[in-house]
Write a protein that binds this ligand. Sequence first.
Ligand code: MTE
Ligand code: MO
Length: 372
Amino acid sequence: DPYAHDPMRHPALKVNSQRPFNAEPPPELLTENYITPNPIFFTRNHLPVPNLDPDTYRLHIVGPPGGQSLSLSLCDLYMFPKHEVTVTLQCAGNRRSEMTQVKEVRGLEWRTGAISTARWAGARLCDVLAQAGHQLSEKEAHVCFEGLDSDPTGTAYGASIPLARAMDPEAEVLLAYEMNGQPLPRDHGFPVRVVVPGVVGARHVKWLGRVSVEPEESYSHWQRRDYKGFSPSVDWDTVDFDSAPSIQELPIQSAITEPRDGETIESGEVIVKGYAWSGGGRAVIRVDVSLDGGLTWHAADLDAEKQPPRKAWAWRLWQLQASVPAGQKELNIVCKAVDDSYNVQPDTVAPIWNLRGVLSNAWHRVHVHVTS
Ligand code: MTE
Ligand code: MO
């Protein structure tokens, strides 16, 4: 059993698949803290978790022609300036289960919890690439990452990002060795993972083994044959994966975490809670909440966390306190967020349905019963 040496997991996690391990925190735990505690941070593994020895671990950085390849130990990596940044990581498949309700899709049935936030620390990728002699001048280039997890044929998890993002110090791409002040937990990439602020989870390669600069995107399955969006009319017989760009920055997203769908609440007052986040460093400027299915709207209170302009890498938690008139039998609670480019979420799922169930960001709806 290649999964026999997987780590222990927190019992509160909702498991979507045991082997490989995929799990999300229950919604009310997810928004209890701005920073997600490591043990309940959602986990998305495609393969068994590798068991890596930090003393013999080496990160291979392929140098440019005429440059210098590097083989970095953990101690070598600690010698680079340590950079810290709070980043929300979201899987492209977050909220896929809502797409399944429209029509069958292929993928794990994530609810609203394939998203979490941590304070990451490590070396900046741009500093490490510069040390190897890489420069931004390489046109149309991509930085390819390979994990040390692999399938029975020896194929490793891989992904890539554009070199321009990797080399931009303001993009804050990290080779992270700490998560919330602790060494990375094994499920989250121990000892080193990539963190690409504002970009889909799939590019944040865990158990990082190799970094190279290439003229083309990574040839990995997950870069080329997965994590792409298509029209609702495209099916598995007609899909042409080469016709769509790989997902990098994610669209505006929000979801309600409390109350739960189907819950019974008391009349008088309701507190609605949730999260909102947008890709590419775009800040969330507003979250609208409706209690009547979208006829009328209230602006939710956003948390007071700082959102640096163009570098709003982390989510905003929000809440709305509203009165529920006596006699009201039910509430159709809806939320939708707006980012600082005034991007909005689509109102329904069907027009954004796609065969892989990615990019599911329609208005989130929760139905509750009211007792008096
Ligand atoms: N890196 C490796 N090496 N193997 C993987 O399976 N999964 C990716 C990414 N990096 C993956 C990986 C995907 S799809 C996501 S969403 C994130 O890791 C999840 O990171 P997490 O498990 O720390 O939440
Ligand atoms: Mo993912």
